[in-house]
Design a binder for this molecule. Structure first.
Ligand code: HPA
Length: 273
């Protein structure tokens, strides 16, 4: 058994000792979106600092706890806060929680994030369904010896963002009279925001959104056989579109404003599963 599988077994045993729930669906809550987890019933909150193999996030707006609970009859696991490679964590550490969720038996993963709008038709506060990604992080969690127990050496990436789940998300948005457009998320390493020239480059490459997370988690989740769906909250127009500076504080504020529709969309999606 590889060290990774041994560690995953240790971590999942610890989590199971704290919580009886057996969710098939999980979500990762991005910057400013952590409040979603507060709505769960029968909550079990396990701080990352107590979970073997997990690392603590240092980013403002990211709480750092695995929260299990119920939404109606559906059991769900929330990663309230995520760790990022720009904090100095290795890419193995960044995707470890995703691998733990897969090891726990989670089949569907909703990845959420805050992003900059590269597509000039977007507006701050808007939610966008991720239809595909461009990995510009310079990293890949599958580099190194392949863990055949998790997934294949060369995973196909054509259907990373699961079509049926995307259609379901669109259907639910429609029932809410919410115009949920689809876009391509470009994942960068950060932590500096992009220059205006980089934003132009991303637009030329086909990116609609830019952010510092998600792509490597999506790769690890897809590799491990999970169905992935992604929702991004555009918290600002990317650098150079408006003639103003970007600030993390403003980004959190916009994410909070989008919270009501975000909670409704994600809650209805989870309950439709
Ligand atoms: N760039 C990168 N990451 C982000 C941004 C941005 O403009 N906004 C929120 N996360």
């Amino acid at each position: 058994m590889s060290d990774l599988i041994k560690n995953l077994t240790k971590t999942t045993e610890y989590i199971r000792s704290k919580c009886d729930l057996n969710p098939k669906i999980a979500l990762t809550l991005g910057s400013g979106l952590g409040a979603f987890a507060d709505n769960l019933e029968d909550k079990v909150v396990i701080p990352y600092s107590e979970i073997p193999g997990f690392h603590q996030t240092s980013v403002l707006g990211h709480d750092g706890a695995l929260v299990f609970g119920k939404l109606g009859n559906v059991e769900v696991a929330c990663m309230k806060g995520r760790i990022h490679a720009y904090e100095g964590h290795t890419i193995d550490q960044v995707v470890y929680p995703v691998r733990v969720l897969a090891h726990l038996g989670v089949e569907k993963l909703i990845l959420t994030n805050a992003s900059g709008g590269v597509n000039t038709a977007y507006r701050p506060g808007q939610l966008v369904l991720i239809e595909d990604h461009i990995n510009l992080s310079g990293l890949n969690p599958l580099v190194g010896k392949n863990h055949d127990e998790l997934g294949p050496r060369f995973p196909d990436m054509t259907f990373t963002y699961h079509q049926e789940l995307r259609e379901k998300m669109q259907e639910i948005a429609k029932s809410m009279n919410y115009d949920l457009v689809s876009g391509v998320y470009a994942g960068v390493l950060g932590p500096s925001y992009e220059t205006p020239a980089e934003v132009k480059m991303i637009r030329t490459l086909g990116g609609d959104l830019v952010g510092m997370s998600t792509v490597n988690e999506a790769i690890a989740a897809h590799h491990a056989g999970m169905k992935v769906v992604g929702v991004s909250c555009v918290t600002n127009m990317a650098a150079g579109i408006l003639k103003e500076k970007l600030s993390h504080h403003d980004i959190e504020k916009e994410a909070n404003k989008a919270m009501k529709v975000f909670i409704e969309l994600i809650s209805k999606f989870i309950q439709s599963n």
